[in-house]
Design a protein around this ligand. Structure first.
Ligand SMILES: [Ca+2]
Ligand SMILES: [Ca+2]
Length: 250
């Protein structure tokens, strides 16, 4: 009975991702698990305009959003009340695209400025900007139709940029600064650079996440079928071992 319970628990635990979202400093979070609630508790529910629900990277239906080139989602997080000029910030999201033209994943300053921007370019590289300066480019094209995690930000003086938990080329953060009243997914207010692809699990922090935290965010959200099998096998072996040990003692 114990063995069956453990196996059922193991199946449940390992077949679904280990959700390890750091909550310290989380000022906005949208994981789209059935709705657009802000999981930070700040109440900034996302406003969907045209984007449609789709399966996330685990195949769970209705847990991510698809953009067809005519859509956006507004995340009404008012950074003018959350941040002072030059404060640390981390932005994190997942995307999946095959786009081969310049398109916006996320844009702050929806009036057209470059702050808090992430953009897929025609060469498939993902460019980020932060506080008006370039935070860098991805090391390689990422418009391969696979889900990728990206996180970028600054500790207040040095910018950072990670793809799938690996550090990318970074650039100094510019001194210019605009705090945004909302962030947009899929386009700018001007309506240009509309995104075609999927987006999911957008997180905003008022601090710089550590390299370990970013790596864990990327890893813990990647389903690993091989480790699932290994885990089940090792658990099964452990149960067998425990059973035979019990017999010996008796
Ligand atoms: Ca999701
Ligand atoms: Ca649409």
């Amino acid at each position: 009975m114990l063995r069956i319970t453990l196996l059922l628990f193991s199946l449940l635990f390992f077949s679904y991702p280990v959700v390890a979202i750091p909550t310290n400093g989380l000022i906005g979070g949208w994981v789209f698990s059935g709705d657009e609630t802000d999981i930070s508790g700040n109440g900034n529910t996302g406003i969907v305009d045209g984007a449609t629900r789709t399966s996330d990277r685990f195949g769970v239906s209705g847990s991510a959003y698809s953009f067809d080139g005519n859509d956006k989602i507004i995340l009404p997080l008012d950074l003018t009340t959350e941040l002072n000029a030059g404060d640390p910030i981390t932005l994190s999201l997942w995307f999946q695209t095959t786009s081969a033209s310049s398109q916006i994943l996320l844009a702050g300053n929806p009036g057209g400025g470059p702050d808090f921007l992430s953009l897929v370019r025609s060469d498939g590289l993902i460019q980020t900007r932060l506080y008006g300066g370039s935070a860098g480019f991805s090391d390689s094209p990422l418009n391969d139709g696979q889900w990728h995690h990206m996180a970028w930000g600054t500790d207040g003086s040095t910018s950072f940029y990670f793809i799938d938990g690996e550090v990318q080329v970074t650039a100094p953060v510019a001194s210019t600064f605009n705090r945004e009243i909302e962030l947009w997914l899929g386009t700018r207010l001007s309506g240009d650079l509309r995104y075609i692809g999927q987006l999911d699990d957008v997180l905003v922090y008022d601090r710089a996440l550590s390299t370990l935290e970013i790596s864990e965010l990327a890893d813990n959200f990647i389903p690993e079928p091989s480790s699932l099998i290994l885990s089940l096998l090792s658990l099964s072996c452990l149960c067998r071992f425990g059973k035979s040990k019990e017999r010996k003692v008796m």
